[in-house]
Design a protein around this ligand. Structure first.
Ligand SMILES: [Zn+2]
Length: 332
């Protein structure tokens, strides 16, 4: 907290700061980490399997190990590490630095920020992964300068970021954007959330793989393999079609409610590219009859939006506000 107070009173803009920050995106299956300089270059990247099955202590230890390894990898004093940002799924109290509840990681009421800060002794920030993805998109991504949009992050689960009038919509209790739990099929599949017919049960990466098997497809196929087989394998065709149709139905609801300038697809599933975009666009167009549907775009950040967002947040924690030199190329 002491650092945050200092940051508020520090000079507002550091134009060309030295050093690097550590960004960590803790997902349900993979922990991704990167050492990122002030121009957005990824100097070092690593990925580890998330040991969620071994319990919360194992997950916390692995995150601490990733941060320590990146800290040790900083190449000399000119790239010494200055701050850390960790982003996680679930319910996050960013101000308190607590992981309140994260089903995918098995975390409940964990002071994760302080646990990491004590590992490396650097100012550390904890944020929700999808909010971080939203920060990445509006700072260095496709929605930079766009006031009204919906960002749909489709990975193991589905979540969304809504921007209206240039501001993120957080909601009365801070959990607006639960796109994955919009019911798209009344009386449909039961969802672990307690509702039925939720979008996430049809269109998340894990649900596509699960439903492909339920329809008679091969066990162990990735969502991308399901997409690639959609014209040759009826089970793949059905799983993929119902996923893209479900997304389009949810986007009709969002279009009517929000009138967005664009809908952006991000997260791991967006790597499917046109195989995802084309049917979603077609289904949305077919369903919106009396007005123009908003354009649907693929995020250039794709599955790295959360990690890039963590890097932006880590630099913002140091008072940096200029990100004009960052590119969105995956090679950067
Ligand atoms: Zn649900």
């Amino acid at each position: 907290m002491r650092f945050v107070e200092e940051a508020v009173t520090a000079p507002a803009v550091l134009t060309s700061p030295d050093g690097a920050v550590i960004a960590v995106d803790v997902g349900g299956t993979t922990i991704k980490g990167a050492l990122v300089d002030a121009d957005g270059h990824f100097m070092r990247e690593l990925a580890r399997a998330t040991p969620a099955a071994r319990g919360p202590e194992a997950v916390i230890s692995e995150v601490q190990a990733v941060v320590a390894e990146l800290d040790a990898a900083a190449p000399g004093p000119q790239a010494s590490v200055r701050s850390v940002a960790v982003v996680i799924p679930g319910i996050v109290d960013a101000a308190a630095g607590r992981a309140e509840y994260s089903a995918n990681l098995g975390l409940r009421d964990v002071p994760l920020r302080d646990l990491i800060e004590s590992t490396v002794g650097l100012p550390t920030l904890l944020e929700h992964d999808v909010r971080a993805a939203g920060v990445a998109e509006r700072t260095v991504g496709i929605t930079s300068g766009v006031d009204d949009y919906l960002l749909a992050v489709i990975g193991t689960g589905i979540s969304g970021v809504v921007h209206a009038g240039g501001q993120p919509v957080r909601g009365a209790s801070g959990i607006a954007g639960e796109l994955g739990h919009i019911p798209v099929w009344p009386g449909g599949e039961p969802c672990p959330c307690g509702q039925r017919g939720c979008l996430e049960r049809y269109a998340s990466a894990s649900s596509i793989a699960r439903r492909y098997v339920e329809f008679g497809g091969e066990r162990g196929a990735s969502p991308h393999e399901v997409a690639a087989r959609r014209t040759s394998d009826p089970a793949a065709g059905r799983a993929w079609h119902e996923a893209t149709e479900s997304l389009a139905i949810a986007f009709v609801t969002c279009t009517m409610l929000l009138d967005p300038e664009m809908i952006v697809l991000a997260g791991g599933l967006s790597a499917a590219g046109d195989e995802l975009l084309a049917p979603v666009e077609a289904e949305l167009s077919a369903r919106v009859t009396w007005r123009e549907p908003p354009p649907v775009r693929l995020s250039p950040l794709g599955g790295r939006a959360g990690l890039v967002g963590a890097a932006v947040l880590a630099w913002q924690l140091l008072g940096v506000k200029a990100f004009g030199r960052w590119t969105t190329s995956p090679e950067s």
